[in-house]
Design a protein around this ligand. Structure first.
Ligand code: URA
Length: 435
């Protein structure tokens, strides 16, 4: 087999066989196929697409390109959750202790973020001492003892995807549905959970700007998961404006903690309850959505979800006191209000732009090597549909550098759009994809 022939076949609209895809992934992982040939293949796939059989073959080849995590030492159903990502998405930090407090085992692998704010791991590092660089033995033991652990994705989990995703990132070939579906699902399948709940985002801050594309991506991933024998369900949710109010690592942790106290923003709380209810059903601790919602409300009201977060943070070396006293989280030196120059209703927020404000402040990574400032970011006080008066605060900005603050403020003000009549914000939950 020659990579040249496979590139030409796909360029001309042909269908790659399972053997051809397995050859390509095996040889690329072993560094026998150069990046320039794989880039050409990714671009050919980007334009010609892949059919369902090709997508399955690519997913399975990437999942098996490294270790397949064995979680059989953990009793019961292990449930994983994955979001396609967005601005202010701190869901895992509130959701995993909520669900674990209801008795579902969470053994989750997460990554660091590139762009916007950090990923879940970066955010969790706001707890001083917290580490996701734990061994597989520690990970499994912790899930058995306290029901929840989040470990950093190791180099041995789907190494083909790791290499390919980095290549796609710099060759403008990320936003292809089959490539996104196979990339995400290869990692999820290799991570070993029995059931997977996906949060597929749509809107100006998501990969899938159009709702129909988000549903198609959700369907593709659910099919891949179920075919591989993992119970998989997807929630399609709004990312046309930031989720909740906090954008920035430690600020998002603080909002997740407030949510576990029952004091979180309405949209963020609703998303956690919705995703959580499917996790409880998949994990076998709730009979239906109503039962699941009741259980999730209970663990917030009685404080056990908050206590579970403290237990989880402590088990991974972090300071659990910061869960009960968030003044112990990293704090920025400059805190300023951004006020409105308009009287009117917020009609639209350019979601990506708010993420970029956090990046400018130092809260995200421009390159894989960038260091993150965990303390900076924004707290939005006004969201789509809200009324604002001239001089009223739109947001509080947390910064450590006056120049970065000025740049972020300018960008922020351009991201908000106003009208003189009220506007209905988009629905948060767009739908559920089961099969
Ligand atoms: N997240 C991934 O892991 N892979 C993609 O291709 C896109 C988002």
């Amino acid at each position: 087999m020659r990579m040249y022939d496979l590139i030409m076949k796909k360029r001309n609209g042909g269908v790659l066989s399972r053997e051809e895809i397995e050859y390509m992934i095996k040889e690329y992982t072993a560094d026998h196929i150069p990046d320039y040939q794989m880039s050409a293949m990714m671009m050919a796939i980007y334009f010609q697409g892949m059919n369902a059989d090709e997508t399955v073959a690519l997913t399975m080849a990437m999942a098996h390109s490294g270790d397949m995590m064995d979680l059989s030492a953990i009793s019961g159903t292990k449930v994983d959750k994955h979001s396609t990502g967005g601005v202010g998405d701190k869901t895992s930090i509130a959701l995993t202790p909520m669900v674990a407090a209801c008795g579902v085992k969470i053994a989750k692998m997460s990554g660091r973020g590139l762009g916007h704010t950090g990923g879940t791991i970066d955010k969790l590092e706001s707890f001083e001492g917290f580490s996701t660089g734990i061994s597989a033995e520690h990970f499994i033991d912790q899930v058995n003892k306290i029901g929840v652990s989040i470990m950093g994705q190791t180099a041995d989990i789907a190494p083909a995807d790791k290499k390919l995703y980095a290549l796609r990132d710099v060759t403008a070939t990320v936003d292809n549905m089959s490539l996104i579906a196979s990339s995400i699902m290869s990692k999820k399948l290799a991570s070993g959970a029995d059931a997977i709940v996906l949060d597929v985002k749509t809107g100006s801050g998501a990969f899938m700007k159009k709702e129909e594309d988000a549903f198609a991506l959700a369907k593709e991933m659910v099919t891949l998961g179920n075919m591989a024998g993992r119970k998989t369900i997807a929630v399609v949710s709004d990312m046309d404006q930031p989720l909740g109010c906090a954008v920035g690592n430690a600020l998002e942790v603080e909002e997740a903690v407030a949510t576990l106290r029952g004091e979180g923003p309405e949209d963020f709380t609703k998303l956690c309850m919705t995703l959580g209810s499917y996790m409880l059903i998949a994990g076998g601790t709730a009979s239906d959505e109503e039962d699941a919602m009741r259980k999730l409300k209970q663990v917030i009201e009685d404080g056990s979800a908050l206590n579970k977060l403290a237990e989880f943070v402590q088990a991974q070396g972090g300071d659990p006191n910061a869960v009960y006293d968030t003044s112990l989280l990293p704090k920025a030196s400059i805190v300023e209000e951004i006020t409105s120059d308009y009287d009117g209703y917020i009609s639209k927020i350019d979601c990506d732009e708010i993420g970029i404000c956090s990046l400018i402040l130092g809260g995200g990574r421009e390159t894989k090597e960038s260091l993150i400032d965990l303390s900076v970011g924004l707290i939005l006080h006004k969201k789509v549909g809200d009324h604002v008066k001239v001089g009223e605060s739109l947001a509080t900005i947390h910064a450590n550098d006056p120049d970065k603050l000025n740049a972020a403020r300018d960008r922020f003000l351009k991201a908000y759009h106003f009208l003189d009549h009220s506007v209905q914000p988009a629905a948060l939950i767009k739908g559920i994809v089961r099969e």
